[in-house]
Design a protein around this ligand. Structure first.
Ligand code: FES
Length: 146
């Protein structure tokens, strides 16, 4: 059975081959979440990006997929993070062999990409507001006619 070494917790955990890393951590009293994310997270559906861990030795981990990478970079339309290759979502890692993991890795904000995303979000918000006002005006006009 593969052994997961938790570097920050100074702990080792034995799991069956194919075990989900998030479940393995939680079942052994180690939360991959920080702060409010302990209560508010997507429960392993690859949506929130809050179960980030650093896989120090990745030989015993399944490969990172594109959609996982996308969630790691940004789980909202408002900001993006700089993500190293060994940062993973615990909920998307299948343990295939021995693994060393660090919980709570530090990640940086990708300022350039965040700026672009904020501009796009702002433009989208303005268009939505204009459409909303247009349909409100049409609705009010229609009520007046009836
Ligand atoms: S628990 Fe939300 S992305 Fe892993």
């Amino acid at each position: 059975m593969p052994v997961i070494t938790l570097a920050n917790e100074n702990k080792t955990v034995e799991v069956p081959v194919g075990a989900n890393l998030r479940h393995a951590l939680l079942n052994n009293g180690v939360s991959p979440y920080i702060g409010i994310a302990k209560l508010i997270n997507c429960r392993g559906f690859e949506l929130c990006g809050t179960c980030r861990v650093e896989v120090v030795d990745g030989k015993g981990a399944s490969a990172r997929k594109d959609d996982e990478e996308q969630t790691l970079i940004s789980s909202t339309p408002f900001y993006a993070r700089k993500i190293e290759k060994n940062i993973r979502l615990a909920c998307q890692v299948s343990v295939t062999g021995d693994l060393m993991v660090k919980t709570y890795p530090k990640v940086e904000l990708d300022r350039e990409r965040t700026k672009e995303m904020m501009i796009k979000s702002g433009i989208s918000a303005v268009f939505l507001l204009l459409f909303g006002l247009f349909f409100l005006a049409m609705f009010l006009d229609m009520i007046k006619i009836i």
